[in-house]
Design a protein around this ligand. Structure first.
Ligand code: PLP
Length: 424
């Protein structure tokens, strides 16, 4: 049984008071989530009882640490339903996973080859491709979004050509919350012979992911957005593709043999894990995965939809506010981005912070999308399974205070301006 009050007790930070006596209300989960005590304890336990480097030593501690680290691959395999542990590479974060792909896949690309992205990508799924473009002179295209804040699938399809080597797309937008239909795009990619990469940074923490069923070639996500520690990223990918790719970083662990002349590479996944990895945090990430699965992704998703619906009903009463999201709440559960043309989102975030509420304001590492939306910044409240309706009520009360301060409710002409915000 999903019991949010019981769940909240697992997170020490949720007890925290801000600015003296204000109860922390954490609504910045798309940036990073809070950690349950068992995850924090796993890090301490590793350092206190079996800290050792992995894959090298034959002593007991090294064996224990290696087994615990490698066991997390097994957990990830179950979490995303991929075929084997060889399909799972540990990186530092989603950003590094995508950089690895842009670099290593890109080694075989040539001038004129095309990379297809979308207008709703996070910088971490844009800049690595720009770096590749600077090296290899590939062309980068962006599939547009509609004025309903959804991907324009027809236009996306038209942008695919015989030169499209890679389609790299977010599963769930960190700004709009829009969940993209990966299966549909996977069919197009497969027919065309393009590699499909999915940025699952915002989806993997909130919904069931089935790597085989999605039909993509690679999936990237971050531990810290799903109750795990910072410093651990995941790159799940097809083994045969990993085997063909050149390594990203060179050094210890990723080699089979090194001579004075050259080197040969280790098997996947270790071929892509050069140097000593983030052992403690990978192990703690495994604990986070167990924890999330114990709560249940179906319950998590249901709770987040309910909360989002509740928050939207209240937010819509501020009719001078523009909400950037698809009309159907099921398509953007957990993420609510809003703005109005007069008050800067940073001012809103600062005022609600005075009430102990953490939301995000800014461009959300999606400057091209901001340009498309015709704004320089927005405010974003992002939810997770430990948030409650009571917290939403306090948040709405704090927003009311902020709007009263700026006398927004009184500005009639604003309502008209709000309708004009999306640039076509
Ligand atoms: N992709 C999306 C959709 C994100 O929301 C984020 C982070 O907010 C990232 C990628 C980058 O994640 P990280 O900073 O963990 O690399």
């Amino acid at each position: 049984m999903f019991d949010v009050n019981k769940i909240r007790k697992d997170f020490p930070i949720l007890e925290r008071k801000i600015w003296g006596d204000k109860q922390l209300i954490y609504l910045d989960n798309a940036a990073t989530t809070q950690k349950p005590k068992i995850v924090i304890d796993a890090i301490v336990q590793y350092y206190e009882t079996y800290n050792a480097n992995i894959h090298r030593g034959v002593h007991k501690l090294a064996e224990e640490a290696t087994a615990a680290y490698e066991n997390v691959r097994e957990k990830v395999k179950k979490y995303v339903s991929c075929d084997s542990n060889s399909e799972i590479v540990f990186t530092r974060n989603t950003t590094e996973s995508i950089n690895l792909l842009a670099y290593s896949l890109g080694e075989s690309f040539s001038e004129g080859d095309e990379i297809l992205l979308t207008e709703m990508e996070h910088h971490s799924n844009i800049v690595p491709w720009y770096l590749l473009r600077n090296r290899k002179k590939v062309n980068i295209k962006f599939a547009p979004i509609t004025d309903q804040y959804e991907l324009d699938y027809e236009k996306l399809e038209k942008l695919i050509t015989k030169k499209t080597k890679v389609i790299s797309i977010t599963h769930k937008s960190n700004v709009l919350g829009t969940v993209n239909d990966i299966k549909k795009i996977a069919k197009l990619a497969k027919t065309n012979g393009s590699i499909l990469i999915v940025d699952a940074a915002q989806s993997a923490p909130h919904m069931k992911i089935d790597f085989s069923d999605l039909g993509c070639d690679f999936l990237a996500f971050s531990s810290h957005k799903m109750c795990g520690p910072t410093g651990v990223g995941l790159l799940v990918g097809k083994k045969e593709l990993f085997e063909k790719m050149s390594p990203f970083l060179g050094g210890g662990e990723m080699i089979r043999k090194v001579t004075f002349e050259d080197f040969t590479t280790n098997d996947v996944p270790w071929k892509f894990e050069a140097g000593t990895p983030n052992i403690a945090d990978v192990i703690a990430f495994g604990v986070a995965l167990d924890y999330i699965q114990k709560i249940g992704l179906d319950s998590i998703y249901k709770h987040e939809i309910e909360l989002t619906q509740y928050a939207l009903t209240k937010l819509r009463k501020f009719d001078f506010l523009k909400i950037y999201a698809p009309a159907d709440v099921n398509k953007h559960a957990g993420i609510i981005t809003f703005a109005n043309p007069v008050v800067h989102p940073h001012d809103i975030a600062t005022i609600v912070d005075q009430e102990g509420i953490a939301i995000r304001a800014g461009h959300h590492c999606a400057q091209p999308l901001m340009k498309k939306l015709g704004v320089s910044a927005t405010s974003r409240a992002s939810l997770y399974f430990y948030n409650t309706k009571d917290e939403i009520d306090v948040f709405i009360g704090a927003l009311q205070k902020a709007f009263d301060y700026f006398e927004l409710g009184a500005c009639k002409e604003l309502k008209e301006k709000v309708g004009e915000r999306i640039s076509k």
